[in-house]
Structure formats: C-alpha cells, structure tokens
Design a protein around this ligand. Structure first.
Ligand code: APR
Length: 232
C-alpha cells in the first residue's frame, strides 16, 4: 500500500453484538420485538413520543453500560498504526468506536448520546433518560427527540462518504446485513473506484456476492486478524 491509500470501513450492529448490544435482523433482533414504524419513524414519534423515548432511553442506558470489544479496538489500532488514511463510517448509534479510540468516525445514522429539538433544531448532549416533556435548552419547548436518523429521514455525511468511497483502495463492511440503503450500496461504489472489498459478518448477507472476500465469523475474531494482516 502506498501513502495515497485510503481504507474505508462501514460498520453495522454486528460489530457491537459481542459488546452485548442487540442487532436488528438476527434471530431475536430488535425488529422482532419492536415495530420499526412505531419507534424509528417521524410518524411513530408524532403518534407516541413516549414510546419512542422509552425505546431510545433503554438503548442509551445499554450502550453506556457496554464496553468496546476487540473488533472496535482493532479498528482504532488500524487508524493509529496504518500509513493509509482510515475512514470509519458507522450505521451504529452507540459510541463504542469513539470509546475504543477511533477518531475519524462518521455516524451516518446519528448518535444515542445526542438530543435534537424537533422544533428549533438545537442539538445538545442527551440526558440518560428523555421524555416528551424534556425541554429544549435553547427554545425551552418540550420538543426533545433522540438525535438519530429515522426511516424516511436523510442520513448524515452522504456527500463526504461518497467522496471517500471514490478514493477507496480498500473497503471493508463489518457486521451489517446489507439491507438498508444507502449503506448497502457502498460496496458497489467502492468496487467502481477499484477498491479491494472485504466483508466480515457472522453469516452471509444480502450483498456478500458483491465482495472480493467474505470472512465469516464473530467480529472479535475476524476483525483483529484482518487488521493484523494489514499491519504486517
Ligand atoms: N460478528 C460479526 N457479525 C455479526 C455478529 C458478530 N458477533 N453478530 C451479528 N452479525 C452480523 C449479522 O450476520 C448481520 O449481517 O451483523 C449483521 C447485523 O445486521 P442488522 O441487524 O440488519 O444490522 P445493520 O446492518 O447494522 O442494520 C442497518 O438498519 O434498522 C436500521 O438504523 C438501523 O443502522 C441500522 C440499519
């Protein structure tokens, strides 16, 4: 790899599974216990904000109690040690990449630790528990919502991510089922940029056939060995 190399990594819920945080579409996943339209859409929030706050309060508390695992730490080590530029794009709203020491992290679906006022757009650090009555510190109205991206809303950093993918020499997708767009199409953008593509997942995914290599198994095993090979 020469110095112009760029490693773009996309992570999903599977990288946090071994930290004890649930995934969405695996057996017993979050979407088998909650209806997406009730807790992860603007319409659901408008209909029943208390249920939405309950859902994200529980996930915020779980994420705070979880610890980064060997896969998160390996990616932070890759960013520190590799000469190439390492860009970490995550669909996850937990902060385990940050707590493992990763610095260049683009949280395209927002963050549990953020609060957003749906009336004035003010953002502030979310308290552990929010309710529909939680006032916005800026406009004082009871309009707090989790600062996460719901279905039907625009993910963050789309232009920046596209620019990174256009320059990628390596693209890795870790712990994501490849069923939610635009992230599921990133492997195709990376391929058309000539990048070498690798997928790490517990089971084959909807997009495994688009990758040059698929490393099947738990992320705490596949990611450290992939990083060790890159740093060798
Ligand atoms: N190690 C590696 N991969 C794992 C592990 C593990 N220990 N456990 C599960 N996986 C894999 C599964 O095989 C699956 O491919 O992680 C993936 C989890 O897929 P999803 O549950 O669909 O999660 P994700 O792809 O991140 O969902 C994308 O959907 O609901 C929205 O906004 C939400 O960001 C989320 C998006």
């Amino acid at each position: 790899m020469d110095k112009m190399d760029k490693i773009v990594i996309l992570t999903g819920a599977g990288i946090s599974a071994e930290s004890g945080l649930g995934t969405f579409r695996d057996k017993g996943g979050i979407w088998t216990r909650y209806a997406v339209e009730d807790v992860a859409t603007p319409e659901g929030y408008a209909r029943n904000p208390a249920l939405v706050h309950e859902f994200y309060n529980a996930r915020r508390v779980q994420a705070a109690a979880a610890a980064p695992n060997a896969a998160h730490h390996a990616l932070a080590e890759l960013e520190r040690a590799h000469a190439a530029q390492v860009v970490l794009v995550t669909q996850n709203v937990d902060d385990l990449h940050h707590r493992a020491g990763s610095r260049k992290v683009l949280q395209m679906h927002g963050a549990l630790r953020g609060a957003l006022c749906h009336l004035c757009g003010h953002r502030w650090p979310a308290p552990p528990e929010m309710t529909p009555e939680t006032p916005c510190p800026a406009c004082a109205r009871p309009a707090a919502r989790p600062d996460v991206v719901w279905f039907g809303e625009y993910p963050h950093y789309l232009d920046e991510i596209a620019a990174h993918l256009a320059e990628a020499t390596v693209f890795a997708a870790i712990g994501t089922s490849g069923q939610v767009y635009p992230a599921a199409a990133y492997v195709e953008e990376a391929r058309s940029a000539g990048a070498e593509t690798v997928e790490m997942s517990l089971e084959p995914t909807a997009v495994s056939h688009l990758f040059d290599r698929c490393l099947t198994g738990p992320a705490t095993r596949t990611v450290p060995s992939w990083v060790a090979a890159l740093l060798a």
